[in-house]
Design a protein around this ligand. Structure first.
Ligand SMILES: Cc1ncc(COP(=O)(O)O)c(C=O)c1O
Length: 328
């Protein structure tokens, strides 16, 4: 099955393999036998993150398509949009980012970087998103730019392959763990890690901490992505929806609204290990990990790997920097 992966065009962008490190202080503090971290915050591409891996496949597909421009969409502080803008700049493509919400008065965090990277920002309401994408696409097409549309979060079968490959990379690094924990949202990362386990024979429990969706909805989305990927590339496997592990009890008041526990987790990683998380994704997944160990749902004698998926520029977003500022 590894040979199927190697037949799909991919363009080198990421600094791989990303390091795997042991977090001894934090493990001792939460009473866990072994805690590892996979540093996908160090993938490179405009401050790194999980989208770098997906973009290796997506940009290869866009170039093969003859695209002169990329179009994608996300929340205002989308890491996916920032990294897509960087990839577009690197490969000489135009980039249009369709961001849902109102334009801020002052650019900060990822929005500032989107602008710096030369992306064209288009703002619209969530309800108008599909229509706006269609309009931008048609306009660009009529201008001869052969636009390539990257879905929300870079989550399509190509994005899934990227994280299957990432799981093979972890297996090659020889780190054998019982649990792999990470934030899950558009589902591509989790679908890929699950596929990678099937391909490499890794038996760890792949537990996504949902950032926004209720578990049944996210499981359905991941299952759909997996089915599409398995079918597109003829992988001789199947995955049942109830094999997909999602924990949705850490969503608080919703996407992008950090809870006290999310904030605390960002502090713990920073002060115990010198590692910067982000307030939207990894902070939430880390809060989940810490609580699951505390409650004994992850046994204290387990070996756990926290997959750092990036996102740190959001720490500098006006909306989030106040959370961590002692002066406010
Ligand atoms: C930092 C970070 N972590 C995790 C995720 C979730 O990954 P996925 O959308 O593949 O579920 C995202 C998605 O945008 C992200 O930006």
């Amino acid at each position: 099955m590894k040979s199927i992966l190697s037949t799909v065009p991919r363009i080198k962008i990421a600094n791989l393999p990303t390091p795997v490190e042991k977090l001894t202080h934090l493990a001792a503090k939460i009473g866990l036998r072994e805690l590892w971290i996979k540093r996908d915050d160090l993938t490179g591409l405009a401050l790194g993150g999980n989208k770098t891996r997906k973009l290796e496949y997506l940009i290869a597909a866009a170039l093969a398509h003859g695209a002169k421009s990329l179009i994608t969409t996300g929340a205002p502080q989308s890491n996916h949009c920032r990294q897509t803008a960087a990839a577009a700049a690197k490969f000489g493509l135009e980039c249009v980012l369709i961001l849902t919400g109102n334009p801020p008065q002052r650019y900060s965090g990822n929005i500032l970087l989107d602008h710096l990277l030369g992306a064209n920002l288009v703002w619209c309401s969530k309800e108008a998103r599909e229509e706006t994408i269609r309009d931008v696409f048609q306009r660009q097409w009529s201008e001869g730019k052969r636009p390539y549309l990257i879905p929300y979060g870079g989550s399509n079968p190509l994005g899934v392959l990227a994280y299957a490959q990432a799981m093979l990379e972890l297996a090659e690094q020889g780190v054998d763990v019982d649990w792999v924990i990470f934030p899950s949202s558009s589902g591509g990362t989790q679908a890929g890690l699950i596929l990678g386990c099937k391909i490499s024979g890794v038996s760890a429990r792949i537990l996504g901490i949902s950032v926004d969706l209720p578990a049944p909805k996210l499981q359905e989305r991941i299952h759909q992505l997996l089915s599409e990927t398995i079918q597109t590339y003829s992988f001789p496997i199947s995955v049942a929806q109830d094999e997909i592990l999602v924990e949705d009890s850490y969503r608080g008041e919703g996407y992008g609204i950090p809870t006290a526990a999310d904030r605390q987790a960002v502090y713990e990683f920073a002060r115990e290990e010198g590692i910067l998380l982000d307030p939207v994704y990894t902070g939430r997944a880390a809060a989940g990990l810490i609580d699951l160990v505390k409650k004994g749902e992850i046994p204290k004698d387990a070996s756990v790997l926290f997959w750092h998926t990036g996102g740190t520029p959001a720490l500098f977003a006006e909306t989030y920097q106040r959370l961590f500022s002692p002066l406010e």
